[in-house]
Design a protein around this ligand. Structure first.
Ligand code: KG4
Ligand code: ZN
Length: 342
């Protein structure tokens, strides 16, 4: 493991974090892993809406168009130059390979040019670190990870040790949101639109809670199929389909199972702090139910503010800080990986 350069003074360490694993081109400057000096996000989501979802090749090309402006803007908004950084961090996976390569190579080249250490960051570890931003949260804690690609319960032992307690066996919760939103002809990205529609409806359709009583693993493909079957049956019988009630019923089934398993995990691990991260942590029902659960069990909880829940550079800089402190630097031939374990 590489050692820290001897000239570093361990206060006010500023890290530039770069994130390009999906459709957000983001760069941020974070001081001491906590203080967000800037967090610039250029999303191609609106552009990708015309295709009904993220087209990997399009995402990569949009990152190439945006990356240098986004990074320049992050430094400018933080009021610093590259020379004042202690290190540069970038996501190297998991994610879309072409998209990841843009931010990773940009970060490595910038680090090489400025003679700064480079730190590769795991996207999910970055999401977990979003809990450190503008907060005093510190491990150990239990973390519920809910994104477009992941649904996991993780025991975060310290800044570098993650014990996976359960994960999805098929679709991720965010993926289920996006697929059901598409069935209901809601615009992309589907999660926020479905969340908004659910608030207008009544959860009067008993969709199944998959794996409800089986350990801490999740399954979301059955719930998605149940929605498809419901719509098909109603259509065949020529009965009225109330989209807002489908949305409310889906949302209840999707969120209730997260809460139920999180409660079991808290009891199993005797956790005293609960955190949530990933894009689905923006969900209104999930935020309310996590708060109620934590209050009921009398434990501390933290959910990052929505801009830190969806993909952002600040969370990459936050974890980059702890890896930098640990001397966990990455060589400049570090590659991007579509799949990497935690
Ligand atoms: O963490 P993220 O930005 O990207 C991944 O790493 O996947 O998460 C994106 C996911 C998408 O599936 C999106 O639909 C979902 O987060 N999402 C939501 C909400 N806001 C974003 N899902 C449910 N309710 C929301 N309010
Ligand atoms: Zn993400």
């Amino acid at each position: 493991m590489a050692k820290l350069p001897h000239w570093h003074i361990m206060t006010d360490i500023k890290i530039l974090g770069i994130e390009t694993s999906c459709d957000e081109t983001s760069a941020a400057v974070v001081a001491d892993g906590r203080r967000v000096l800037s967090n610039v996000i250029a999303s191609s989501a609106q552009y990708q809406a015309q295709f009904g979802g993220v087209v990997p090749e399009v995402a990569a090309r949009k990152h190439i168009e945006n990356i240098s402006q986004v990074v320049d803007c992050a430094l400018e908004q933080a009021g610093i130059t590259i020379r004042e950084l202690s290190a540069i961090a970038a996501t190297n996976g998991p994610g879309l390979i072409g998209a990841l390569l843009v931010g990773l190579n940009y970060g490595k080249a910038l680090a090489y040019g400025a003679d700064l250490p480079f730190v590769a960051v795991h996207h999910i570890q970055g999401h977990i670190a979003s809990n450190f931003l503008e907060s005093h949260v510190a491990p150990p804690f239990l973390c519920l990870v809910v994104s477009g690609g992941h649904t996991m319960l993780i025991n975060v032992v310290d800044y570098h040790t993650y014990n996976i307690l359960g994960s999805t066996q098929d679709d991720a919760v965010g993926e289920a949101y996006d697929k059901v939103a598409r069935l209901l002809k809601l615009p992309y990205p589907g999660g926020p639109a479905l969340d908004a529609l659910a608030k207008e409806g009544v959860p009067n359709i008993p969709f199944p809670m998959a794996f409800a009583n089986q350990g801490l693993d999740f399954s979301y493909s059955g719930l998605k199929s149940a929605v498809i079957n419901y719509i098909n049956t109603k259509t065949m019988k020529n009965e009225e389909i109330v989209n807002k009630d489908i949305a409310a019923s889906f949302q209840k089934a999707a969120i209730d199972v997260l809460i139920k398993k999180t409660a079991v995990a808290i009891k199993q691990t005797k956790a005293t702090t609960l955190t949530v991260c990933g894009g689905v942590a923006c969900n209104s029902l999930l935020r309310n139910k996590i708060q109620s659960l934590a209050e009921e069990l009398g434990i501390d909880y933290h959910i990052p503010k929505p801009v830190f829940c969806t993909d952002n550079g600040a969370m990459i800089a936050a974890l980059g800080y702890y890896k930098f402190l640990q001397g966990e630097l990455s060589p400049l031939n570090t590659n991007a990986h579509a799949v990497i374990s935690l």
